[in-house]
Design a protein around this ligand. Structure first.
Ligand code: ADP
Length: 165
């Protein structure tokens, strides 16, 4: 039987414990999960794509069925190229729903063979987002429950550099 592969695309700027929660959930449902950082030149982030890849690889280092890569095409095209049958997305609060539904329906039009699977994170991560993490970091708030220690250290360093510029 062929491997059931899922693609988890996103910005991951930076990756949070909420993203990791979803990767673990998807890992239990699929044989392989490809976490793919969108290298979108129109959407500059705080972290470079390379830095996001490093942080994600560090987070999933003990998960042999999870691979981390980047892409710069439509996610459905990337899914097709890698034989993925599903695109993983997250649903936290109601405001995610409209966006994710629109995305899912448009993606289905582009590639009817790939379905979007929306997963809900554990409760502590329901109100967690990369932008919230960056906001808290900019005010020096505690991020221990939100991101991995390595990500927190990188965030602090990034903001320190930004202040020096
Ligand atoms: P994008 O810019 O593509 O939305 P993100 O990195 O912000 O990229 O998010 C990728 C996916 O992960 C989205 O579907 C988002 O809803 C989901 N996600 C982000 N943070 C969380 C979280 N804390 N819990 C569950 N899903 C999340």
């Amino acid at each position: 039987m062929s491997k059931r592969i899922a693609l988890y695309p996103g910005s991951f700027d930076p990756p949070t414990r909420g993203h990791l929660d979803l990767i673990e959930r998807a890992g239990r449902m699929f044989d392989q999960v490809i976490v793919a950082v969108a290298a979108n030149i129109r959407k500059a982030g705080l972290f470079t794509v390379e830095e996001r890849l490093e942080m994600l690889r560090d987070m999933v280092r003990d998960m042999p069925d999870v691979t981390v890569t980047q892409f710069d095409t439509l996610s459905v095209e990337f899914a097709r190229k890698h034989g993925a049958i599903a695109i993983i997305r997250g649903l936290r609060v109601m405001s995610d729903f409209e966006y994710e539904l629109t995305l899912a329906i448009n993606n289905r039009k582009l590639n009817p063979e790939v379905d979007t699977v929306c997963l809900m994170p554990s409760e502590p991560y329901v109100f967690l987002s990369s932008s919230m993490v960056k906001e808290i970091a900019s005010f020096g708030g505690d991020l221990g429950c939100s991101v991995a220690p390595e990500v927190e250290a990188r965030l602090r360093e990034k903001l320190r550099q930004a202040r020096l510029e």
